[in-house]
Write a protein that binds this ligand. Structure first.
Ligand code: DX5
Ligand code: ZN
Length: 216
């Protein structure tokens, strides 16, 4: 499988949201990445259901919803109803992660778990076989436009080994500081899904940048 590209809407111009989503529709992007922040799990607040419910009426690509919120179990059904194809929760925000994964699957969405930069991959050993996706944070979550953390290459290789050792099918997604410069090295390290916010929406030609990320 060739890798996927998921532009992160957090870096879009929210005054021109319809145009930005139309650009994603016209591009080679595979998914649209949507960052939900609660101001508690991360030191920032983004957007929520009213925005997602409008986006879902025009987006033609799967909505990849990244929940940076505490106690996500309360809202899983609502995110599914708001159009999420993939729902990713944070390892660090879930006390009963196995139960949360089952609950995501019951909504009909694909289930993902995200690891902060300090969280080792091995902590997923007991649940790796149940996951559709693992999101490795390559910056500390909360903001777009941060510097990529280099240890992510090693984490991705370790995660790939863990997945293969368990005969599991989880995709590896990397989120934070992804650019045309590091995209190829990430794919070589086993990454299946590249999330890119600032490098896409801050680009003078976002469609060309998405093309470069797709064909890195
Ligand atoms: C950060 C978010 C990312 C963010 C990435 O907490 O999870 O999805 O939008 O932005 P860039 O690609 O600019 O680092
Ligand atoms: Zn994200």
């Amino acid at each position: 499988m060739s890798h996927l590209v998921a532009p992160s809407l957090l870096s879009a111009d929210f005054l021109r949201l319809e145009e930005e989503i139309s650009m994603v529709n016209r591009s080679e992007a595979d998914w649209l990445h949507l960052d939900i922040m609660d101001g508690v799990f991360v030191p920032n607040i983004s957007f929520g259901f009213p925005v997602l419910n409008r986006i879902r009426t025009i987006i033609e690509k799967p909505m990849d919803v990244h929940l940076m919120i505490v106690d996500p179990d309360r809202y899983l059904e609502q995110f599914r109803e708001a159009g999420a194809s993939v729902i990713t929760v944070h390892y660090e925000a879930c006390t009963h992660l196995h139960r949360t994964i089952q609950a995501i699957k019951q909504t009909g969405a694909k289930a993902g778990v995200s690891l902060n930069p300090h969280t080792p991959v091995i902590l997923l050993r007991e649940i790796i076989g149940t996951l559709d996706l693992v999101l490795l944070m390559s910056v500390n979550p909360g903001f777009g436009g941060q510097q990529f953390i280099e240890q992510t290459y090693r984490k991705s290789r370790e995660l790939k080994t863990l997945i293969l050792d368990h005969g599991a099918g989880a995709l590896i997604e990397v989120d934070g500081g992804v650019t045309q410069e590091n995209a190829r090295s990430l794919v070589d390290a086993g990454v299946d899904v590249l999330v890119a916010g600032n490098s896409v929406f801050g680009s003078p030609d976002p469609i060309a940048t998405i093309h470069q990320l797709k064909h890195c």
